[in-house]
Ligand binder design. Structure first.
Ligand code: ADP
Length: 297
């Protein structure tokens, strides 16, 4: 009953002693090739946690796309509406990992990077109670949010700092169509700066909430003048790629069962902490049982 709309990619992880300049060579080690993309990660997180999600994204008609669809379907994500673009390549990210675990990202965006507004046909919305969007571009995001509002579907949007800086003129209009806004601390500051004041829930749909993630420090929820802050779980993080996507997926999966917002924040912190324990955005996305064990111990 949750529809995720946005990006799907294939992440190629390479470990390197240092990043080479132009005309320099360096030997790297291939750490693996794994599906990623904010929207796909969130859909996998929800599905693993027992809330099967439908994903609307796009891939090229290449081997990478075929593999990504197979892996998503194997997890139980509804991939039936993912657009396969003839003659296009699947969106890839090359992720360079330093010996101490820092990362540099090279995005190879293609025309199969995102679904198009026209891909949101009425059948995609059938049976859907909640639409979760990772920002892609203003046309897609606004169209999707408007359709959700017309169909009485609740909405959430996960924004990153570059999204906010790329589309400042659309920000207020988008926020007015959103029930739950997810941001990390940097994105919260970027949005406040762009809006020329502190971002508040007044800008969202009535009853809207803002969830700010703060890495290892945990998260907070703003709801009108109400503030809840929940510390993160202490883990030996290996790779935080996708932690924010897992957090959003887990929070929504938990709220769908009408969990108290504080319980949902704790649940999402636990799921996202577990998601940092292995390389790759989707490799370590936990099952519900693993989250419940962490919460009990
Ligand atoms: P993003 O990856 O989008 O920048 P954050 O870094 O804020 O988002 O991480 C999202 C969530 O993942 C956090 O709110 C927290 O629950 C969890 N998380 C991230 N990094 C860690 C960490 N090192 N230890 C424990 N939990 C973490």
């Amino acid at each position: 009953d949750i529809l995720c709309i946005g990006d799907l990619d294939v992440d190629l992880f390479i470990s390197l002693p240092a990043i080479p300049g132009f005309d320099q060579k360096v030997s790297g080690k291939h750490l693996g090739q794994k599906p990623g993309g904010m929207s796909a990660n969130a859909a996998v997180a929800m599905t693993r946690l027992g809330r099967p999600a439908r994903l609307l994204a796009a891939v090229g008609d290449d081997h990478a796309g075929e593999e990504a669809l197979k892996q998503l379907a194997a997890v139980g994500v509804d991939t039936g509406f993912i657009a396969v673009r003839p003659g296009s390549k699947t969106f890839m990210c090359v992720i360079l990992v330093s010996p101490s675990g820092e990362k540099s990202l090279i995005r190879l965006e293609t025309d199969a990077y995102l679904p198009r507004p026209g891909d949101i046909i009425p059948a995609v919305l059938r049976g859907i109670k909640h639409m979760h969007l990772t920002y892609g571009n203003a046309a897609l995001t606004l169209h999707a949010l408007e359709m959700a509002n017309e169909h009485g579907i609740r909405t959430s949007l996960d924004l990153e700092p570059p999204d906010i800086r790329r589309a400042p003129e659309h920000l207020t209009r988008m926020l007015g169509l959103v029930d739950t806004l997810f941001l990390n601390s940097e994105a919260f500051d970027a949005a406040s700066e762009v809006l020329g004041g502190v971002l508040s829930t007044n800008l969202l749909r009535p009853g809207g909430e803002i969830i700010v993630t703060m890495g290892a420090a945990g998260c907070r929820r703003l709801f009108g003048n109400d503030l809840i802050e929940v510390p993160g779980f202490k883990v030996d993080a290996v790779d935080t790629t996708g932690a924010g996507d897992c957090f959003a997926g887990a929070y929504l999966a938990s709220r769908r069962t009408d969990a108290d917002p504080r319980d949902a924040l704790i649940f999402a912190n636990a799921a996202a902490a577990l998601a940092t324990l292995d390389f790759g955005a989707q490799a370590a996305l936990p099952e519900r049982g693993a989250v419940e064990t962490l919460l009990r111990d």
